[in-house]
Design a protein around this ligand. Structure first.
Ligand code: ADE
Length: 234
């Protein structure tokens, strides 16, 4: 378990540090950042670039389109930011293992993360093994770079830190980790554009309400995410 008197720390290695904290600077995560519950450092990879132009990329060995982030440049950026650092080192990549709530919980419970944001066609494969990078994907689609994926990952971790969400967070997560989607929610007005709140929710019968929610949860999961049923949490 991490030392919770120290802030959870995210170090981002990127060619676009101005993208941070971005949306994480407002609302609950922004308030927590201002309070010192977590800390963010966005570092410019180009500071470790080669030559007068601070070049960070080169053409792919074997030919082909696009550019590849150099292993020596990225390694220098990682070493300057996080040598002898116990935090996991992540590389945001569509090729990575899909991010899960289970992984988010583990990351959130630790000291933080060092997050490398890829650009171009990819990064030189050798730095992945050479610096022990764990490739993480946020879904089966391709973003123009890892920055937005890093924001997603950090948001999912920060909201679980003690005091960030208060009581709101934990219940939902439990239900997600139990492998079911959430049941539908309603609030006033009781009827809107001809659509009524299901009667059971106004019945005051807590047992019946709990059963209805359970059934709806299962129905939605079966319809939308049958892959979640009967398998593990990931
Ligand atoms: N970089 C580009 N696409 C990505 C994705 N789907 N997940 C994580 N990083 C990415």
């Amino acid at each position: 378990m991490a030392d919770r008197t120290a802030p959870w720390r995210a170090t981002i290695l990127t060619l676009y540090p101005e993208m941070f904290p971005g949306p994480l600077g407002i609302s609950l995560s922004g308030d927590a950042l201002a309070r010192g519950t977590w800390a963010l450092e966005a570092r410019q990879i180009r500071e470790h670039g080669i030559g007068r132009h601070r070049s960070v990329d080169d053409t792919p060995a074997g030919g082909g389109a696009g550019m590849v982030l150099r292993c020596d440049v990225l390694a220098a950026a990682i070493d300057a930011a996080a040598a002898d650092d116990p935090r996991p080192r992540l590389l945001m990549s569509p090729r990575g293992k899909p991010l899960s709530q289970t992984r988010v919980r583990a990351l959130s419970a630790g000291p933080g993360a060092v997050i490398v944001c890829g650009r171009f066609e990819g990064v030189d494969e050798r730095v992945i093994a050479g610096r022990g990078l764990e490739e993480v994907s946020i879904g089966d689609y391709v973003l123009s770079g890892g920055e937005i994926a890093a924001l997603v990952l950090i948001d999912s971790c920060v909201r679980l830190l003690p005091g960030v969400m208060g009581k709101i967070a934990s219940g939902e997560e439990e239900s997600f980790e139990s492998g079911r989607l959430e049941y539908p929610h309603y609030t006033r007005p009781r009827e809107w554009e001809g659509r009524a709140i299901p009667d059971v929710l106004n019945s005051g019968n807590h047992g019946a309400i709990a059963r209805w929610r359970e059934t709806e949860s299962e129905r939605l999961t079966r319809e939308r995410r049958p892959d979640l049923l009967g398998s593990g949490k990931d």
